[in-house]
Write a protein that binds this ligand. Structure first.
Ligand code: NI
Length: 193
């Protein structure tokens, strides 16, 4: 299964990276382009520690409400800054709010990765609840959505890892989760089935 973290990097991302390093777990970070340069050291650390960097747009708009031209701009600027700062070419896109449609898919021209488990962490901001939801809802091939911009979410990660490991799960990046399968540009993926 894959742990994914959206909307960062933020003030707690460094601590999250410490937790992941200690547990030897790799994750996928859907970062916002506008936060990459202000957090360049953290973004380089994400890449250097073997995590996957992926594209969550430049400024977190609802893509379904944008012109194709603005969709492309949001995606390309983010691809550009990730590459400039880390040398990495991100391969995956996650539309903010999971809001997308066929036109957005064509404009984005990258696989669109949604999720099979929504922790709702941004709403309740509760560590125990985050742990409970992930433990209960995760299935084989699953993709779990977190937001590392919230402190209680980051605090939940060591317990999430311990509980899932106890159940026998292995943690991979989203690209690893889909290894051997061709991801099509524009297509939406929720999990590996
Ligand atoms: Ni988001």
């Amino acid at each position: 299964m894959a742990l994914t973290f959206d909307d960062g990097p933020g003030p707690y991302t460094g601590r999250l990276l410490d937790h992941l390093a200690k547990a030897r777990v790799r994750a996928t970070f859907f970062v916002l382009g506008e936060l990459v340069r202000p957090n360049a050291r953290t973004v380089r650390r994400i890449a250097a520690e073997g995590h996957e960097l992926a594209n969550h747009s430049w400024s977190h708009p609802d893509m379904a409400g944008l012109s194709s031209r603005r969709v492309r701009s949001e995606v390309r600027r983010t691809q550009g800054v990730i590459h400039q700062v880390t040398g990495v070419r991100s391969r995956l896109f996650r539309p903010p709010y999971g809001s997308t449609n066929a036109r957005v898919g064509r404009a984005v021209a990258m696989p669109q990765i949604l999720w099979s488990v929504d922790t709702m962490d941004w709403r309740h901001r509760n560590t125990a609840r985050t742990v409970r939801i992930v433990t209960k809802e995760t299935r084989n091939g699953g993709i779990v959505l977190f937001h590392d911009v919230h402190r209680p979410t980051v605090a939940a990660v060591p317990q999430v890892v311990t509980r899932l490991q106890r159940k026998g799960y292995r943690f991979v990046t989203v690209s690893e989760l889909f290894a051997g399968r061709r991801l099509r540009p524009g297509t939406v993926y929720y999990e590996r089935d």
